[in-house]
Design a protein around this ligand. Structure first.
Ligand code: ASP
Ligand code: MG
Length: 402
């Protein structure tokens, strides 16, 4: 007998027919002799609709009241699912996250799970119940309901799987797994059988929005194997885990990110402490910097360029302008017309030539590279906005990922 945690996303439970479809996946798992704990998201667009409702009343409501409101979507889902499973004749109970002791910090709307008391769930499992729990939420030390941030049900599921020492955590969604790249850009993108936590984190932060980032971090920390699969096809899906066969594939996937802006600070004195000054000013204001490029000094001067998100561009420019005298530079220039394309793979660290092959693909597609950033498992290039899909296709072909 295994303990399986299953999570179903909003589209998987969007209407009565989908609710029954999911109920049959749950009860099939139960019938096979497993203990089943289920985490549900709010149905379809419920969360968006609730946000719109709030804005009608008050354009800037407090985060506490927003959490009070948004947490209701998941409660509807678990209650309806319990009714479906009851009707099918199986023992079931729906519970709010607070009832099973999902304790979080008090950072309303972006709370983090601190600990989970698993006694209540265990008691229900011992009674042979299928246990349904509201995703995306918890309770803080004032007994207030908190939410974990958009997409947070994935994290609820992985956290419960870790706390209950589940054998597997299945995340059911409307895609049937993780692909080598976005299938909307590359028609023959291939579904991956396996991917490491680190690769998944890179792909997610690069814009392959399959799993909530924190759920992957949590999976890595507590070593919970996560299976991403479709509730509609029931095909095997992709397993996210610590170690996968890296020999088979040097590059696991390709991601693009169009939410990028570049700032160049030109004509800085080529003396120690300049980078420190610039990036500590930005860090103080929580401005995330991604690729950084510093030119070789010439005539006692150097230039420093970096990328950030479009939302941070104005604030970053303001900080740099306000500190023009203390940083001591000649000019600033910037653009939003850039995009980032990255290859990700745990196998590339021990294999020379991977970056060269990516650059060759870009050269053949006549795409100019403005900046390059690398890590152990990633190579990113900054290119002109508008070229990113062409770049993804060229690189995908070059590495024969299909
Ligand atoms: N219902 C929440 C949202 O739409 C949480 C989730 O779906 O994971 O963001
Ligand atoms: Mg999601």
């Amino acid at each position: 007998m295994s303990l399986i945690v299953q999570k179903f996303g909003g589209s998987s439970v969007a209407n009565a027919e989908r609710v029954y479809n999911v109920a049959s996946i749950i009860t099939d798992t139960y019938k096979a002799g497993n203990q089943v704990v289920v985490v549900l998201s709010a149905q379809g667009d419920t969360t968006d609709d609730l946000i719109a409702k709030a804005k009608e009343i008050n354009p800037s409501p407090s985060k506490r009241e927003m959490d009070m409101l948004l947490s209701t979507g998941e409660q509807i889902s678990v209650a309806l699912m319990a009714m479906a499973i009851e009707k099918m004749g199986y023992p079931v109970i729906s519970l709010n996250a607070w009832q099973v002791g999902v304790h979080t910090d008090s950072n309303y709307s972006a709370a983090r799970i601190r600990k989970i008391d698993h006694e209540r769930v265990q008691k229900e499992l011992d009674k042979k119940n299928i246990v349904l729990i509201t995703g995306f939420q918890g309770i803080n030390r004032y007994d207030d309901v908190t939410t974990l941030g958009r997409g947070g049900s994935d994290t609820s599921a992985v956290a419960l799987a870790a706390a209950l020492h589940a054998d597997l955590c299945e995340i059911y969604t409307d895609v049937d797994g993780v692909y080598t790249t976005d299938p909307r850009i590359v028609k023959n993108a291939a579904k991956l059988e396996e991917i490491t936590f680190d690769e998944m984190l890179e792909l997610a932060s690069l814009g392959a929005n399959v799993l909530h980032n924190r759920s992957v971090e949590m999976g890595k920390k507590y070593n919970v194997n996560i299976c991403v699969r479709s509730s509609l096809t029931r095909a095997p899906g992709t397993i996210v885990k610590e170690v996968v066969n890296v020999e088979k594939m040097l590059v696991r996937g390709i991601a693009k990110d169009t939410d990028v802006a570049r700032i160049s600070i030109c004509g800085i004195a080529d003396t120690p402490g300049k980078a420190f000054r610039i990036f500590s000013l930005l860090a103080k204001k929580n401005i995330n910097v991604d690729i950084i490029l510093q030119s070789i000094g010439h005539d006692g001067m150097k230039d420093i360029s970096f990328t950030t998100t479009e939302a941070h561009l104005d604030e970053a420019l303001q900080i740099l302008e306000a500190n023009k005298d203390t940083i001591d530079y000649q000019s600033l220039n910037w653009t939003k017309d850039v995009a980032k394309v990255s290859i990700v793979g745990a196998g590339m660290v021990s294999n020379p030539g991977v970056a060269a092959k990516m650059f060759e693909a870009l050269y053949e597609a006549q795409i100019n590279i403005h900046m390059i950033g690398t890590s152990e498992i990633k190579v990113s290039v900054l290119i002109d906005a508008g070229c990113e899909d062409k770049a993804v296709r060229a690189i995908h072909d070059k590495f024969e990922l299909a």
